[in-house]
Design a protein around this ligand. Structure first.
Ligand SMILES: CC(C)(COP(=O)(O)OP(=O)(O)OC[C@H]1O[C@@H](n2cnc3c(N)ncnc32)[C@H](O)[C@@H]1OP(=O)(O)O)[C@@H](O)C(=O)NCCC(=O)NCCS
Length: 198
């Protein structure tokens, strides 16, 4: 597996891959190489590495940048921690990362390059669209839609049936009880929109 991004997020993805297969060859690539090794694995400058040798996971937390990088490549892997509990009816897509202790219930759809971060809880019939990031300890009730590229901050809670638009940001600890439009940043309990992203 190739991990794009010699970063903290990249280390977590590396650990997940090793949990599943201790034999898997792992290399990091980075646009600004930081030495020859990172987290005990070789690291190469992206431009010097043949990216077609193996599957790729993009370890970049910024959803917009992750999307930009993804547009340059085609062969993506997944990293799913063995402690994640996923209903057999959950649908997954390439590039997605699912961290430790995530739970994901019936008929939920997870898009491409989504990050389901540590211990988040996603109930039934949710739609998590491409390049979204669901932070640690987020709780999404049933039938929640999270639009493309949106970030749900650490510990946020979203009640059932809510639609969060594309490239929206939900602040840490926020409780969302109304739909959130595209590009909005919403914070607090209950969530209030404080600005729109450019
Ligand atoms: C929502 C967020 C993105 C806003 O960041 P920002 O654009 O830099 O905004 P600011 O810090 O300038 O805050 C703007 C206002 O919103 C308030 N605010 C910011 N985040 C808040 C939050 N999570 N809950 C309640 N109020 C919040 C600030 O107190 C400030 O209020 P004021 O204008 O009355 O002083 C950020 O605070 C946040 O919560 N990020 C999530 C981080 C996260 O979950 N990381 C996990 C990664 S795995």
């Amino acid at each position: 597996m190739i991990i794009y991004g010699a970063s903290g997020h990249g280390k977590v993805i590396c650990d997940i891959i090793k949990c599943n297969s201790s034999q898997e060859k792992i290399v990091f690539v980075d646009d600004a190489q930081k030495g020859n090794y990172f987290y005990n694995h070789p690291v190469f400058l992206t431009k010097d590495y043949d990216m077609h040798q193996d599957q790729l996971i993009i370890a970049i937390g910024n959803n917009l940048i992750r999307r930009k990088v993804a547009s340059r490549y085609i062969n993506f892997g997944q990293a799913i921690h063995p402690t994640a509990v996923l209903s057999k009816t959950v649908s997954l897509s390439p590039g997605t990362v699912i961290m430790a202790n995530v739970s994901c219930n019936a008929d939920t759809q997870i898009g491409e390059h989504v990050i389901l971060n540590t211990s988040c809880s996603i109930d039934h019939d949710c739609e998590i669209h491409d390049f979204a990031h669901i932070s640690p300890n987020v709780s999404l009730a049933g039938n929640v839609k999270v639009g493309t590229g949106s970030h749900i901050g650490i510990g946020a809670t979203v009640i059932q049936g809510i639609k969060i638009g594309n490239f929206a940001t939900i602040g840490a600890g926020t409780v969302v009880i109304n739909d959130i439009p595209d590009g909005a940043t919403a914070v607090g309990i209950p969530a209030k929109i404080i600005k729109f992203n450019k």
